[in-house]
Every structure is written in structure tokens, then in C-alpha cells.
Design a protein around this ligand. Structure first.
Ligand SMILES: *Cc1c(COP(=O)(O)O)cnc(C)c1O
Length: 369
């Protein structure tokens, strides 16, 4: 196993990441779709934020997307000077920063648009906006099509310091709704209606994030969708391949790996002793009695990875039993090699664990260039 100085550690392969971004940008451009590279799930602690953003730009992304103003501001302070798209519809209290540090924002409230316009006026800037349409996923966005069109006309005709860059939608995040020809087709149709009313084309019709990628790959994405905002799919294609069953042999899956250290190895019963009540997170767990088994305790917990479902152990025949905030328990009874205290075990990482690990100050980071 690999040796580092400190654990847990998240190893990040930047050259594989760049290759993945290039591949996705290429597939999208075959469908006349430009890509905003989303950095919000990447490391915000160390100085890599900027570096990952630059990798995405050099691999062909037309702008960088992030959901939080504090990290966007930091990127600017670190010298990042390319286009930035604010992904979370803004808080009223942050509009001065929004127009100062980002070039474009997703928006869904007429009042906020009006105040953004005033903030841009004070900054003497033209700020671009993309109006969000909720097509059924029920997170952000206008739900009423006519209301969105009225807001678009206000931006175009009344708000002189805003530029109506386009419209967009988000799917698959809250309601877990799949993008399809019907809902994305409706977005294209709304865009056409607006274009008819403002007598120009919209720059952007933004059809979502990673969950819309499968439609690009199988060429079913409706014509007229010309932009996607992609994070997960380019920094971590594992979910697309394992969960969405996308065939993507051209993508590296090993961009992120977590290494954790074994702090205890013992034989214990597999069934807890005493009355089972609730665990540290308020759940009543169930256990199967498999007799005495050899287990390893690792210094890695929910605080570092969010949930044990979002990693998979790289040690053949080891089974993740669960754990708590600071511990992960492995059944190693059938593992062939001998596991000792101090050994290091690697884990493949899914999206949830990547977000937690990247944002945890107790997970160290190591970049492979
Ligand atoms: C996070 C986010 C994205 C990117 O999502 P991925 O699944 O990481 O591709 C796109 N748009 C919005 C509004 C987001 O919040």
C-alpha cells in the first residue's frame, strides 16, 4: 500500500482529470454544446481551486461555475480572471459581491433581478443573467412559464445593467427527475418564444448538469440545448458509469482515491451485545449474526466522507460494515493478506464522499500532476 505522512488523505489525479474534461467537452461540442466547468465539489481548502479551474479552462470549458460567493471571491483573489458563473440563485444580501466577482448568475426571482440590476449599476457593470425554469425537479426556477417570459422581457427591456444571456434548467438534484426529450424540449420551446419576443437569439439555453450528459452521449439531447454546467461528470465519471450505466471507456475513473489508516484489528462477534437502541445518527440499525469475524477499525468517518455508501474499498473481499463520525469498520475475515495496525487501505470515491472529503479540513490532499 501507498505511504504518505498523514492520513486520511485524498489523492487527486489532475492529469486524468484534464483528460476527462477534454473528452466531455469534445462530446458536447459534437452536439454544439458548450460547457461550464463546475468546481463547487472540488477542494476549497488548499490552493488547488484555482488550479482545477484553470485545468477546466485549458481543456475547453468556456467558463467556470461555482455555487458560493465566498469561494468565487477567493478564486478572484488568487488571480483567476476567466468567466465565472454563479450557480446558486443569489441571496439578496450578496448581490454586491455577485456583480463584483461573478460575470453571470442563475436567477429565478424578479425582485432579485431588479436588485441585481441596481447593484450592477452601482458597480458600473453589465451583469449577465440566465433565468431558470423549473421543469419538475422542484428546486430552483420559475415554475410558471409566462412568469419567466415576463421576467425575461423585463431584463431585456427595463434592466439596463443586466444582459439576458439565456435560460436554463436544473434536473436530477432534488426531485431526481431525469432529463428527457419532453422536459428539455419544453425548455427549447420557451427559449424560442422569448427569442420571438425580443427579436434576437439567446446566447445560452442551458440544459442542466451531469445528469443531462447521457443524452449527449447517445445523441438524444434536443437540438437547441447549447450549454451544460458540468461538475461531477468531469471530475468523477464513476457515478455516470456505475449508476447511469453510461458506456464511457474513454474516461478515467480513478481521479479521486482516499487512503485511511488501520487503528485496530481484532476478532469480534458480528452481532452487537445488549439491547439495540439507536446509533449516533438516530437510526436503528440491523445486524446479521455471522459469528466471530476479524475486523479492522480505520481512522475515517462520516465527517470525512458523509456516508459509507459513497466509497468502495479497494481491498479484495473486505466488506464495509459501517462506522460512525470518526471510524470506519471493515470486515476483513476473508481478506487473504494479513492486515495489521498501521496499514493503509484505499477507497474509490463516489460523488458524496468526494464533496465531503474535499471540504474537510481533516482530510489531507495530494495532487498528482
Ligand atoms: C451543482 C450544479 C451543477 C453541476 O452539477 P453536476 O451534477 O456536478 O454536474 C449545475 N447547475 C447547478 C445549478 C448546480 O447547482
Amino acid at each position: 500500500m501507498k505511504k504518505f505522512d498523514r492520513y486520511p488523505i485524498l489523492e487527486i489525479n489532475l492529469s486524468h482529470m484534464k483528460s476527462n474534461v477534454k473528452n466531455i467537452v469534445e462530446k458536447c461540442s459534437e452536439n454544439e454544446i458548450s460547457v461550464t466547468g463546475v468546481v463547487k465539489a472540488t477542494d476549497t481548502y488548499e490552493h488547488s481551486y484555482n488550479e482545477i479551474a484553470n485545468i477546466m479552462i485549458s481543456a475547453g470549458c468556456t467558463s467556470i461555475g461555482d455555487s458560493r460567493m465566498n469561494t468565487i471571491k477567493r478564486m478572484r483573489e488568487m488571480g483567476f480572471n476567466k468567466e465565472i458563473l454563479l450557480l446558486r440563485v443569489p441571496m439578496m444580501s450578496e448581490l454586491d459581491d455577485v456583480v463584483k466577482y461573478s460575470d453571470c448568475s442563475l436567477q429565478s426571482e424578479l425582485n432579485v433581478l431588479k436588485l441585481t440590476n441596481e447593484a450592477a449599476k452601482r458597480e458600473n457593470k453589465i451583469h449577465s443573467v440566465i433565468l431558470m425554469m423549473d421543469l419538475g425537479d422542484l428546486r430552483e426556477g420559475f415554475f410558471d412559464e409566462e412568469e419567466l417570459i415576463d421576467a425575461a422581457l423585463m431584463v431585456e427591456n427595463e434592466f439596463s445593467n443586466l444582459y439576458l444571456k439565456g435560460i436554463g434548467t436544473n434536473l436530477g438534484c432534488y426531485g431526481a427527475i431525469c432529463p428527457d426529450e419532453k422536459n428539455l424540449g419544453r425548455l427549447v420551446n420557451i427559449a424560442e418564444r422569448i427569442e420571438g419576443k425580443i427579436s434576437r437569439t439567446l446566447d445560452i439555453v442551458s440544459g442542466g448538469g451531469t445528469s443531462s450528459l447521457p443524452m449527449v452521449l447517445n445523441n438524444t439531447i434536443p437540438k437547441g440545448i447549447n450549454h451544460l454546467r458540468i461538475g461531477e461528470g468531469i471530475v468523477l465519471s464513476r457515478d455516470l458509469i456505475d449508476i447511469w450505466k453510461c458506456d464511457m471507456p474513454f474516461m478515467y475513473q480513478d481521479i479521486y482515491t482516499i487512503y485511511a489508516q488501520v487503528i485496530e484489528v481484532k476478532e469480534k462477534p458480528s452481532y452487537p451485545i445488549g439491547k439495540i437502541f439507536i446509533d449516533a445518527f438516530g437510526n436503528t440499525p440491523e445486524y446479521e449474526d455471522l459469528g466471530i469475524r476479524k475486523r479492522a477499525l480505520l481512522a475515517l468517518g462520516k465527517r470525512d466522507i458523509g456516508s459509507f455508501d459513497s466509497v468502495s474499498v479497494k481491498l479484495p473481499k473486505a466488506i464495509i460494515l459501517g462506522g460512525s463520525s470518526d471510524h470506519l469498520i471493515l470486515d476483513i475475515d476473508e481478506v487473504e493478506e494479513e492486515i495489521r495496525v498501521g496499514d493503509v487501505i484505499g477507497f474509490d470515491v463516489y460523488y458524496g464522499a468526494m464533496v465531503f472529503a474535499n471540504n474537510s479540513s481533516s482530510v489531507y490532499k495530494r495532487y498528482i500532476k
